[in-house]
Structures are given as C-alpha cells and as structure tokens.
Design a protein around this ligand. Structure first.
Ligand code: ADP
Ligand code: GN1
Ligand code: MG
Length: 371
C-alpha cells in the first residue's frame, strides 16, 4: 500500500472538501495509478471523491499530464452540457488545491489529483454480455467524436511513442538483449512469437507517415474498465482514465478495446484453454463503435479495424513480456510470473485473431455497409 493514513490527511488538508471525512477505500483494477475513494459525511449525506496517485515513473511530467487532463475534461464537460446531458455523471471534473493547482505533490514527492466520484456506476473487467460490448463500442466511438475538434496541437505527449509499435518492438529487442531479470532463457517460445511478427509492427505507422491514416485525438487506453456504465440503464456514460489522451490513430483505440473486451477470459488467465477471441463481442463492439463514429472514419480506417485488434494485442503482449524481462518495473504485478501470464493470454488471442481474420473483415464490412 502506497498511501497510508498520514499521507491521506496531508493530501486532504490541501483541498476544500464538503463534509466530514471518515474513511477511504482502494480500487484495485488498474495497472498504473493508485486509486482511492474518499468518503465524507455531509450532514447525513454521503459524499465521495476519487483520489488518485499519478504514477510518476510512468508519467514523468505530471504538470504536462494535468494540463491535458484539465483541458480534455473541461472540453468534454462543455460538450455534454451542449448536448443536454448531465455533466456530473457524464464527465470528469478536476478539483483544485487550496492554492489553485490541479494536483498536489506531497512531502514524499508523490503526485495526487482529486476528481469527482461518479456514483451508481459499474465497471467491467470481463465483458458480461455482447450488449455491454455494443455499449462500450458506442461509448468509445462517442468519446472520439466529442474530441474530434479538440485543439490537437495543444496536447502534450504524456508518454512519447506510446503506441509506436516500431519503437515498442525496438524496446522489446533491447529487453531481450539486456535480460535484466535473467529470465530470457525460460521464455524463448514467447520471444520468438514476437520476433516472427516484426513485419506487422510497422504497418499502421507507415500509413500514418504517408498521410493515408489521419492523426486524431485518441484515448489510447481503451480498456473496458475505463468506461463507467450507469447501474440502471447500463449505458456507458463516462470514459475515464484520461492520462494517455494524445494524438493517435482511431485504430489504436479500436484495437486496444477488443484486445481486452474480446477476450473470453481475464487478461491474466493462467488456463489458456479458457482464452479465446470472442467473435460475438467483436461484432457487437464494432456495431456500437461504428454507429457512433463510423460516419467520420475513412474507408482505410475501417479496412484496418481487424488488423488493429491483432496489432494492439501483439503490442500489449510484447510490453508485458518486455516488462517481465526487465524485472517487472512498469506494470503493477501481484506475483512473480504475473506479466508472463498476461503476455501468454495476449499471444493466444493474436493467434486466434490471425485465424479468424477473414471472418472479422467480412463482419466489419457488412456492418459498415449497412450504416
Ligand atoms: P488506472 O490508470 O490505474 O487504470 P483508473 O482511472 O482507470 O486508473 O481508475 C481505476 C478504477 O477506479 C476504474 O476502473 C473505476 O472502477 C474506478 N474509477 C476511476 N475514476 C472513477 C470516477 N470518477 N468515478 C467512479 N469510479 C471511478
Ligand atoms: C495499463 O492503467 P491501465 O490499467 O488502464 C496501460 C495500458 C495497457 C494496460 C494493459 C499508461 O492500463 O497501456 O494496455 O495496462 N497503461 C499505461 O492492461 O501504460
Ligand atoms: Mg484504468
């Protein structure tokens, strides 16, 4: 546990909260930041806030990160209001410190932010059913639409080359070569799996560099648990985890979503016989996504949707394996082979996507043609 009670009180003294603080709880489903819910009693009414410790090993410039975060959240808030929505449920809001800052650096050098807690929502770590996936597709498609006219040049690159799969591949090769953990000898088949797919890594980047794919404002971390679903309607009402909103390809967001939601098992499932790429989820997610964003995508973007699923899954698996070889310094892990288990599920999915590729192309085109 990184935050202890003393830290919490030091941090809380920097903010003007409503009500009397009584305790906090931890939310444990992200791999990067540390997230807490702060509970207050405001004259008998329970009030909550989200407190997050920004992982400054990963996001080395929290100032720049929070400039993006404030810019994007206030932009979305305006869009929600214009559309007649409820900004308290459909957008995030950053609370400022008493001295007017969007985050607080504590005595130990840790960076913290406070945002609104959106009540009565669910998050999913495994897609419950295809309907949830359709709604997830719609939510990320809508998110992309809302940010279509965001001033892209004002965004800082919070993690340079985040989805540059060519540089991710080079990082992976360096991890194999350096073998800081001394584990490379145990995972040669997994290493070979990545090395044999080098060619795939440059495909989207080459199209971007030739100007054939448009650069857009993208989320870049479109895991299912980065959407809050309304408990009653089960609609995806708010996209969260905005640390990686940066210029990128729509295909990064689409592929990364299906990497996670298309898996029939958990991202770290040890029993690979449970891990499959779910074509019902692929269909529903694509229907939802294209219903919200299809009108603004180019034909080439649509053509590459199935490929993006393969590429983003390969990239993520390569990052998990690279981290395993580096000694587990990036992703939070709960046991020694956690990153290895994670990479194996990703590679199993890549193989299945390769086998199901033609069907994925057919499904995508038919949904697109019927829009
Ligand atoms: P990480 O970067 O570690 O993934 P997230 O921002 O995704 O952190 O938050 C982790 C989890 O906390 C989410 O999956 C969600 O369950 C919950 N959460 C985050 N922000 C909110 C919020 N504003 N309201 C309600 N729950 C939230
Ligand atoms: C991390 O923070 P979280 O858990 O939403 C990671 C993503 C990976 C994902 C794999 C900033 O996402 O890129 O795809 O784990 N985020 C960052 O589950 O590296
Ligand atoms: Mg998250």
């Amino acid at each position: 546990m990184i935050a202890n009670l003393f830290d919490i009180h030091e941090i809380m003294s920097q903010y003007e909260f409503k009500g009397a603080y009584y305790d906090f709880s931890t939310i444990d489903n992200g791999h990067i930041n540390n997230t807490f819910v702060l509970n207050f009693d405001d004259d008998g009414v329970q009030k909550q806030y989200i407190l997050q410790q920004i992982n400054t090993n990963v996001f080395t410039d929290p100032e720049a990160l929070m400039q993006n975060y404030v810019g994007v959240t206030s932009f979305i808030q305006k869009k929600v209001i214009e559309a007649g929505g409820n900004p308290k449920r459909e957008s995030l809001k950053v609370y400022y410190t008493r001295d007017g800052k969007p985050f607080y650096t504590d005595k130990g050098g840790r960076a913290w932010r406070v945002i609104n807690f959106i009540i009565n929502t669910d998050t999913y770590n495994l897609p419950d059913n295809p309907d949830i996936c359709r709604k997830a597709g719609k939510a990320f498609g809508k998110f992309q639409q809302m940010l279509a006219d965001y001033p892209i040049d004002s965004l800082h690159e919070t993690i340079p080359n985040f989805h540059n799969t060519v540089s991710r591949f080079a990082d992976f090769q360096a991890a194999v070569k350096n073998d800081l953990s001394g584990r490379a000898g145990r995972v040669q088949p997994e290493i070979d799996f990545v090395l044999s797919r080098k060619k795939d890594c440059g495909v989207l980047l080459a199209l971007l560099n030739k100007g054939e794919l448009p650069l857009r404002v993208t989320h870049n971390d479109t895991k299912l648990n980065n959407i809050l679903f309304d408990k009653k309607t089960q609609e995806g009402i708010c996209v969260i985890d905005l640390d990686t909103v940066m210029p990128g390809l729509s295909l990064y967001d689409f592929g990364d979503s299906l990497r996670f939601a298309g898996n029939t098992a958990a991202e770290d499932e040890k029993d690979l016989s449970k891990v499959h790429f779910n074509m019902d989820v692929y269909r529903s997610y694509t229907e939802g996504y294209l219903s919200a964003a299809g009108g603004s995508l180019t034909e080439l973007e649509v053509y590459y949707l199935p490929f993006s699923c393969k590429l983003m899954t390969l990239e993520c698996g390569m990052r998990f394996l690279g981290d395993y070889l580096n000694g587990d310094t990036y992703f939070k892990t709960s046991y020694p082979d956690h990153n290895l288990d994670r990479c194996r599920t990703q590679f199993k999915l890549v193989e299945e996507i390769e086998r199901k590729y033609t069907d994925m192309m057919t499904i995508t085109q038919s949904i697109y043609n019927n829009l």
